[in-house]
Design a binder for this molecule. Sequence first.
Ligand code: ADP
Ligand code: 5GP
Length: 212
Amino acid sequence: MDMRGDLYVISAPSGTGKTTLCRMLLKQMDRVVFSVSHTTRPPRPGEVDGVDYHFVTKEVFLSMIKQGAFLEWAEVHGHFYGTSKEGVLKQLAEGLDVLLDIDVQGARQVKKSFPEAIMIFILPPTFQELERRLRSRGTEDEASLKVRIGNAKKEVLAAPEYDYILINDVLEEALDNFKSIIKANRHKKERMVALPQVKKILIEAEKAAEER
Ligand code: ADP
Ligand code: 5GP
């Protein structure tokens, strides 16, 4: 029996607050890690290579696809994004819960190759609020903003394909619900019976049953 962590796929339209929620969750919960994706998108001010993304050229990205290095990859808003297989599998084997912040196309690929992945879709309270958040973040020019808002209306249609839906209205409430999902999954019997403490109790109980 292994002590493998859970793989979480987190998707939401750009500007919903998925990065904010994931960052807060990582600060507040132990044994959860974020999988750092590779992208050909240029870094935004304040983004750090190796922390927010591995920023690579299109040539490097294409050669990684050829080598089969990605668990999934997709072209999103005109740039390539992908999840490195090696990094994720290693973290899961260490018993860590791994968060993948990926788009809907990538999420479907992960579910195919990794059916036990737990899928969470985050919705904004309204499209008006989504646009307000994207503008207030101040990272997109008008053209990129239009692309992202147009895509948002297509992306949310995929929400019913996910296992859980969160609404990021009041940040603290959304964070609390996000934590509850992770805590509940940690108590699934498949994970609990792998714990030494639970194993010990079950072995003792089995012995007692045999002696009766
Ligand atoms: P995403 O990663 O989904 O693109 P971000 O985490 O970058 O989105 O959030 C987009 C903007 O909205 C940021 O400026 C962030 O501070 C803000 N934001 C996130 N969650 C909330 C919330 N619940 N209420 C108000 N603003 C929020
Ligand atoms: P951003 O440019 O705002 O950081 O991300 C744009 C979109 O790309 C988001 O929907 C985000 O979830 C998605 N994304 C980020 N990393 C990956 C990845 O590794 N794979 C896929 N498929 N999508 C990703």
